[in-house]
Design a protein around this ligand. Structure first.
Ligand code: GLC
Ligand code: MG
Length: 565
């Protein structure tokens, strides 16, 4: 299928920047917008097409900025609106698009709306913007229903001494993140304005946070906890039977936003939105990317898949099936700021192989983890569609598992402490990116330490250590991204081949004009896999692979034949 050149997002590789941990320009230990701007040439050279920047808006930072106090400004921790303008303009000059994060499910409790709600009486217009419910006089401690916060504990808290009078309020995340009432017209109208504010500043799109959560089942009925699902985060975050996830009403909001985006789109600059929707089964995600809704949705089914050939073949095939059916590009993602980095995750023992908000895990073998991470990425970047990278994965950074408790900041860690299911939280994938080995080893006396400590291994993996080393993970990413573009892989078509059970083989026909297919083969078996005689290795996740593909290695093969055993 060929696409008009304007559909940049259909083939884009989008790099996620987590601002506090990317690049610190002023030495306060926290990354900032000028730091991002200064490193945009690095991203251009890496070969990505766009950056998605996690929230940098004014916030008390209870959930690292996903608790927004003002949607139309920049937190002084990260810079100013002028810095945002400079970032956007610099990115565009370099040919990079910019996607910002939109957090519509909840605000911070410091948002002026929530402050006004606390000062207003139950039943007031101010309280109607949120999900307030009365306290039962005869049962003061039982919340309105059994919903649980994603970060642990009840999803309801009581306002404490609110001048307008006390009530329960709903928070699907931290108690500092009250859920908005999307049944309220003013909430809808205001968010139209938030979209316009950033579109007017030139952003190319939005990543929509918790896109499956904004509408709650009328009457707020109890969650019926089915035995098979109980206690697993993934199930709780995704189940279609959960009265606050994946309700049909969310789609009305996206149709409305799509019209706004389209009104800003030009032939060369389509404005897009991408849904963060943890929904299951995979068919449900297609509903978010119907032609008049989101352009893309994160493929968490792929991210959730363990290092298993049959499971990967199935999820890749299914991903194309459900997205093709609605004309949307399939997306791919292996890491983000909420999950265990894939250089660690893919080597975890099966019983520990969770992706999200994990509890304590034993440090797995680093070499196995890195081999698998490189192989998984080489597989992912060989697949047509759009791909998301998370800062630091191009360095092969592992999850940092031994952050001291007193340095942790993720609310999940605090809200689950002392419960039956204590969780370490997500700080381990948020440790600041190491730009120079020397800075990790010999921190400058006049600069504050990074907000989370960088382990010794980060020195060996620093950008300056890997640059120019052909065997490094960084150079692997660079070469894959350049080859992907050169061959036109992203616009191609894919066919998952039936193979022996321990390889994943995908035949990619790059573009209509290209001669010959590219065969992507990942070896997840226990023996080397021999390259067919009529194929040549054009890319490999390990250095020096020519005729024999070792275990936990992926190759891209050029040549006429597509026969694989
Ligand atoms: C999303 C974000 C996560 C945040 C949560 C609440 O899942 O990715 O980081 O904690 O929403 O906003
Ligand atoms: Mg700083």
């Amino acid at each position: 299928m060929s696409h008009a050149p304007t559909d940049w997002w259909r083939r884009a590789v989008i790099y996620q920047v987590y601002p506090r941990s990317f690049a610190d320009s002023d030495g306060d230990g926290l990354g900032d917008l000028p730091g991002i701007t200064a490193h945009l040439p690095y991203l251009r050279d890496l070969g990505v097409d766009a950056v998605w920047i996690s929230p940098f808006y004014p916030s008390p930072q209870k959930d690292a900025g996903y608790d927004v106090a003002d949607y139309c400004d920049v937190d002084p921790l990260f810079g100013s609106l002028d810095d945002a303008d400079t970032l956007i303009a610099t990115a565009h000059d370099l040919g990079l698009r910019v996607i910002v994060d939109l957090v519509p499910n909840h605000t911070s409790d410091r948002h002026e709306w929530f402050q006004a709600a606390l000062a207003s009486a139950p039943g007031s217009l101010e309280r109607d913007r949120y999900m307030f419910r009365d306290i039962d006089e005869n049962d003061l401690d039982t919340p309105p229903n059994n919903w649980e916060s994603n970060f642990g504990g009840a999803a309801w808290s009581k306002t404490e001494g609110a001048t307008g009078g006390d009530q329960w309020y709903l928070h699907l995340f931290d108690s500092s993140q009250p859920d908005l009432n999307w049944g309220n017209q003013e909430v809808r109208d205001t968010f139209d304005g938030v979209l316009r504010f950033w579109l007017d500043r030139g952003v190319d799109g939005f990543r929509v946070d918790v896109a499956h959560g904004m509408i709650k089942e009328p009457g707020l009925p109890d969650v019926e906890i089915r035995d098979a699902e109980a206690g697993t985060d993934d199930a709780a975050m995704a189940s279609t039977s959960t009265p606050y996830w994946d309700r049909d009403g969310v789609h009305d909001i996206y149709r409305r936003w799509r019209k706004i985006l389209d009104s800003y789109s030009t032939d060369t600059a389509e404005r897009i939105m991408v849904a963060e929707a943890w929904v299951q089964p995979i068919d449900r995600i297609a509903r978010y990317v119907r032609p008049d809704e989101h352009h893309q949705a994160f493929n968490f089914s792929f991210l959730d898949t363990r290092w298993d050939a049959a499971a990967l073949r199935e999820v890749i095939g299914e991903s194309y099936r459900v997205n093709d059916a609605v004309g949307a590009p399939t997306t791919w993602v292996l890491s983000n700021h909420d999950v265990i980095r894939h250089a660690t995750r893919l080597a975890l023992a099966p019983e520990e192989a969770v992706t999200q908000l994990a509890g304590p895990v034993t440090e797995p073998d680093r070499t196995v983890g890195l081999d698998r991470a490189r192989a998984a990425t080489t597989l992912m970047l060989g697949l047509p569609g759009s791909a998301y990278l998370y800062q630091g994965e191009e360095l092969g950074l592992p999850e940092v598992l031994d952050i001291p408790d007193d340095r942790r900041q993720d609310p999940t860690f605090f809200r689950t402490r002392g419960t039956d299911t204590p969780e370490l939280g997500r700080d381990g994938c948020r440790v600041p990116v190491p730009w120079s080995a020397d800075e990790v080893r010999n921190p400058a006396a006049d600069k504050a330490a990074p907000w989370l400590p960088q382990p010794e291994i980060f020195a060996d993996l620093a950008v300056d250590r890997q640059t120019g080393d052909a065997a490094s993970t960084l150079e692997l990413y660079r070469s894959l991204l350049h080859l992907r573009k050169e061959l036109g892989i992203a616009d191609g078509t894919a066919r998952v081949l039936e193979t022996r059970t321990d390889t994943v083989a995908v035949e990619v026909t790059p573009t209509e004009e290209a001669d010959g297919s590219v065969l992507i083969v990942a070896n997840l078996g226990t023996d080397d896999w021999l390259v067919p005689a009529d194929r040549q290795v054009i890319a490999a996740s390990r250095p020096g692979v020519t005729t024999s593909v070792p275990v936990d290695c992926t190759v891209w093969l050029a040549g006429p034949g597509s026969h694989v055993e």
